[in-house]
Ligand binder design. Structure first.
Ligand code: AMP
Ligand code: MG
Length: 320
């Protein structure tokens, strides 16, 4: 029997009994549990093999639920929340005492967002508690954007994957913290820098690749396939370099011809960044399953979601 279903009452039963359930969001699938159940939260960490220093994102249904999660909302955070929630933006704010340390890795801040997916909003509105939900993948691997991706990773570990179809945004949320009331981007993501700056003005980005980062979405190697992956600024040159290998190619708009190409995936034939983001992880999953020698991914123009996609590709290919 498949564990993939649209059965919300079943998800409510499982979550109320302190189990974890995979849930759809517009960004990627999450592995969700009751934020107040240490059993559920511990099982999120153990299922993902996620280190406890990596805090989780709390998912709520409405802005009014925010008062149980955080103690202070800077003016610019309030503006961002009203502009983009429900949506692909996570805010890091001072945490309420009731939020367990396990969720926040002992930090005095908590990451929170209202996801924009009808099924999960329906689920959250029917639950008496918020859900902690990191991405539903083993730590460091490619995030899931379809129920099948989650099933591939966890079919023996979890009892239900709530089927919300393919994620429309396809990369993780943009994470924004506040330092002296000023917004700082900790992780680039599905909401573009330009969209954020249109609401709050110039924003600093602090998402350098580090080995022991503030926000582990900043880890050097993360979001990575098992297959060796190259981020390419010159596709034809790199295809020549790997001419004796079997290559999986991820290109933005253009189709390339070369004897080394085994399989080629265009992220967006019409050059649309949103479409490219939505297709990115599925392309990485597909090519990774083919067990090729190398995946070559094209560096995108570095603006809008191109910047977020390039960030993910750099981390997928980071080797030091
Ligand atoms: P995931 O849900 O798997 O995309 O991971 C959640 C991301 O949110 C991780 O990169 C965390 O480091 C980040 N995060 C969660 N809580 C905090 C926090 N209090 N401060 C900074 N980053 C956070
Ligand atoms: Mg993740």
């Amino acid at each position: 029997m498949t564990i993939i279903s649209k059965d919300i009452p079943k998800a409510i039963r499982l979550l109320t009994d302190e189990n974890v359930v995979a849930i759809p969001t517009e960004t990627v699938y999450g592995l969700a549990g009751n934020i107040y159940s240490s059993k559920a939260i511990k099982s999120i960490f153990s299922t993902k093999n996620r280190p406890f220093y990596n805090p989780l994102i709390v998912h709520i249904h409405s802005i009014t639920a925010l008062e149980d999660i955080v103690t202070h909302v800077p003016e610019k955070a309030a503006r961002l929340a009203s502009a983009f929630w429900p949506g692909s933006m996570t805010l890091v704010l001072p945490k309420h005492n009731a939020i367990p340390d396990l969720i926040t890795a002992g930090k005095n801040t908590v990451a929170v967002r209202i996801p924009n997916h009808p099924l999960t909003l329906d689920l959250l509105s029917k639950l008496p508690f918020p859900l902690a939900a990191p991405s539903a993948n083993p730590f460091g691997s490619i995030s899931p954007t379809t129920p099948k991706h989650v099933e591939h990773y966890f079919k023996n570990e979890i009892k239900q994957i709530l089927d919300g179809g393919s994620c429309t945004k396809g990369i993780e949320s943009t994470i924004i913290g506040f330092e002296n009331e000023k917004p700082v981007i900790y992780r680039l993501g599905a909401l573009s820098l330009e969209a954020i700056e249109a609401v709050v003005g110039k924003v600093e980005i602090k998402n350098k690749k580090e080995s022991n980062p503030n926000a582990p979405g900043m880890l050097g190697r993360h979001y990575a396939p098992c297959t060796k992956t190259i981020l390419s600024h010159s596709i034809l040159k790199d295809l020549d370099t790997y001419q004796d290998n079997s290559v999986g190619l991820i290109s933005f708009t253009q189709t390339f011809k070369h004897t080394s190409i085994n399989t080629q995936i265009n992220l967006s034939a019409k050059g649309n960044m949103e479409e490219a983001a939505a297709n990115l992880y599925n392309a990485l999953h597909t090519l990774d399953h083919l067990k090729l020698d190398v995946i070559i991914a094209e560096n995108l123009p570095n603006y809008g979601l191109g910047q977020s996609i390039n960030d993910r590709l750099q981390r997928a290919t980071f080797t030091k």
